[in-house]
Design a protein around this ligand. Structure first.
Ligand SMILES: [Zn+2]
Ligand SMILES: [Zn+2]
Ligand SMILES: [Zn+2]
Length: 655
């Protein structure tokens, strides 16, 4: 059986004669479907007066009185006939209210809805519980019921009803129904709405759910996640797979429905703000999914302003998701995953849609990913190796040639290309082995060994020790205990998904740092200082350098997290002890990108090393001598516990 439909457009235009209108109203009160259809048709086509519209919705509210909800009946006996009137009323309200809300009766309409919401709410909860979710109820009835409920709930998308919509987002019962409906669509094939051609898009469950997330975000109300997760029996893998299946199904449609793709992409983003759901999403391939959306959008030609604006919005939402989530964990795991997709060609193809983005912040996103984020991670050898062939493959292609010369995207692309070229050159010319040293974290010891030969602390995975005794000493007296605990909490929070920095990457940092220092050789040399303090910031794509030999700035590039004070305390001591050094030294504090867990490298390097004086090499060969000339060399790595970045809530998403 077909769901009830209105006879749209078959009525003569202009206000109807009062007598005819009265007859229809009376018919509607007496539950005549025909009368309702005609009335709704008038309302939809604007062929009645505001006062007439008010009368007709009064009848709809009357029919949606909570006392009319059937009680004590066997749900197997329910039939479509019996529910036609409430379905028609819910649908008619959902379809016509947005049209009339823009007229002079707007305030009255908002009040009317608010006043009758208590009753309608009961209807919705009843319809979901007793009909939609019941397997033994006739499927046509269930489908019609779902359509009517969603058509009404689509009102949350109306900006003029925002105070009411806000109530929905905090309504545990209704939010549960919305999530159940959204889940049902992926769980049960019969409920896929995209298969019903020409269906009004407001009845998409993803549209409603997405709006609720957006409203909660904008109006600063909290989503009750426990309640939502209850729909999925607390299983974050289940909610993540539902979100990704929604998105996957949308992007396999031909032609693409940009609005649907946008909603689904945004739901994935909204869910990813929940730590546990985010991990499930990432585990199930959310990075690849977002990269696929991006590629699909940018590799099509969109015709018409409207389509271009929608496409640009989808593109930006996918890019923002990637920008934020690629850096999850310790940064590199998901960046490597993203590089495995068409991310780089996609970013090069973003330019034609940039003028259609919503604002400047949105416009900057692809530029930032290419020129800042990806560029900054070329400091990791593992990332560089994966990126290098991708960059090479773009050389001389139409994609590269199409970039507007001198444009921001072009500059970002050049920045990335140059960084890759420069660092690939370094990668091929590995500096002498004696240079890659690592120091025991214990202050009492500070013994050095070749990178990769010391043992990692199993708690934080970033502190290195030469022996159990040194580890125990540092734990007890060297403040490693509080630091390690903070970092270890990240390990627990992320279900053990904390990446270590590979020894090869750490060795490569040494190389990058010395190469950056050598760019400033002349300046360092002219100062003729015994202690040269250099602060390097590799986070963000450009390498920022600060020379400061007089004082120690606690946060030259901003302290990101309270755990960084441990690295700072050590830095202060190193600078202090460097004064005892016999030979001039360069003290380096380098900030390394690491997503939620930025790294800080503390290094003491003999000046001769930086200036490239060959006769300094002897310092690095004999280990006993190394130990004697402390602190002429030191190489420590700290990682952030990721606590601070958890609060980050990126702006710029548009649904
Ligand atoms: Zn530790
Ligand atoms: Zn030691
Ligand atoms: Zn931290």
């Amino acid at each position: 059986m077909e769901p009830p439909r209105f006879s749209l457009g078959c009525m003569p235009p202009g206000p109807q004669r009062d007598a005819e209108f009265d007859t229809l109203i009376n018919g509607a009160i007496k539950r005549s479907i025909m009368s309702f259809s005609k009335l709704a048709g008038f309302a939809h086509d604007n062929s009645c007066l505001p006062a007439q519209y008010e009368r007709m919705i009064a009848v709809m509210y009357y029919q949606l009185d909570a006392n009319k909800i059937p009680r004590g009946e066997r749900r197997e006996d329910f039939d479509l006939q019996q529910f036609q009137i409430p379905f028609v009323c819910l649908t008619a309200l959902g379809v016509t209210l947005p049209i009339w809300l823009c007229t002079e009766i707007s305030t009255k309409l908002v009040k009317g809805l608010t006043d009758h919401w208590v009753d309608i709410r009961q209807w919705i909860l009843f319809l979901y519980k007793e009909i939609i979710s019941q397997h033994n109820v006739d499927i046509d009835l269930r489908l019609s019921c779902k359509t009517a409920v969603l058509e009404f709930l689509g009102l949350v998308r109306d900006r003029l009803l925002i105070t009411w919509s806000r109530r929905i987002t905090t309504d545990r019962g209704v939010m549960r129904v919305i999530c159940e409906l959204w889940f049902l669509e992926t769980r049960d094939e019969q409920f896929f709405t995209w298969s019903s051609k020409g269906a009004n898009q407001n009845q998409r469950e993803s549209a409603v759910l997405n709006s609720c997330f957006l409203i909660a975000h904008e109006m600063d109300t909290t989503i009750d996640w426990e309640n939502i997760l209850g729909v999925f029996r607390g299983d974050t893998e289940l909610i993540a797979s539902a979100a990704l299946r929604h998105l996957d199904r949308e992007i396999s449609q031909k032609p693409l429905d940009l609005r649907c793709v946008g909603w689904d992409m945004h739901i994935v983003s909204a869910l990813s703000f929940r730590e546990n759901i985010r991990l499930s999403l990432l585990r199930q391939g959310a990075i690849k999914a977002a990269a696929d959306v991006l590629w699909l959008i940018v590799s099509q030609k969109w015709v018409g302003e409207n389509n271009k604006v929608m496409a640009a919005r989808c593109m930006v939402n996918a890019v923002i998701f990637l920008k934020v989530r690629m850096e999850d964990m310790d940064g590199t795991p998901f960046i490597l995953q993203a590089l495995d997709t068409d991310l780089i060609p996609s970013l090069l193809k973003c330019e034609p849609l940039l003028p259609f983005t919503d604002n400047e912040t949105a416009r900057q996103q692809p530029i930032l990913v290419l020129g800042n984020l990806l560029t900054s991670y070329t400091i990791y050898r593992s990332v560089l190796r994966a990126m290098h062939p991708k960059i090479d493959a773009m050389g001389g292609t139409q994609m590269e040639l199409n970039l507007i010369k001198g444009g921001q995207l072009h500059s970002a692309w050049l920045r990335l290309k140059e960084a890759v070229a420069e660092r690939c050159w370094l990668m091929k010319r590995d500096i002498a082995d004696g240079y890659h040293i690592q120091s025991c974290q214990s202050e009492k010891c500070a013994r050095a060994g070749e990178t990769g030969t010391l043992k990692r602390c199993g708690g934080c995975l970033h502190a290195f020790y030469c022996s159990k005794a040194c580890q125990r000493y540092d734990w007890k007296y060297g403040k490693h205990k509080p630091y390690c605990r903070m970092v270890h909490q990240r390990y627990l929070r992320t279900n053990g998904q904390m990446a270590t920095v590979q020894s090869k990457d750490i060795r490569f940092f040494d190389q990058i740092i010395i190469s950056e220092l050598r760019k400033h050789r002349a300046r360092i040399n002219t100062h003729r200082l015994k202690i040269n303090v250099v602060e390097l910031d590799f986070v963000g794509g450009n390498v920022d350098v600060i020379f400061d030999s007089r004082r120690v700035d606690p946060n030259p590039f901003g302290i990101k997290c309270s755990c960084e004070r441990f690295a700072h305390a050590r830095w202060v001591k190193i600078v202090e002890r460097a004064k005892e050094a016999k030979d001039p030294v360069v003290l380096v504090r380098a900030y390394i990108p690491g997503g939620m867990s930025r790294k800080i490298l503390l290094r003491v390097i003999p000046l001769g090393r930086v200036l490239g004086e060959e006769n300094q090499d002897h310092l690095w060969v004999d280990e006993t001598k190394l130990r004697l000339c402390l602190p002429n060399h030191l190489n420590l790595i700290y990682t952030c516990c990721g606590q601070e970045s958890m609060k980050k809530d990126p702006e710029g998403f548009r649904g």
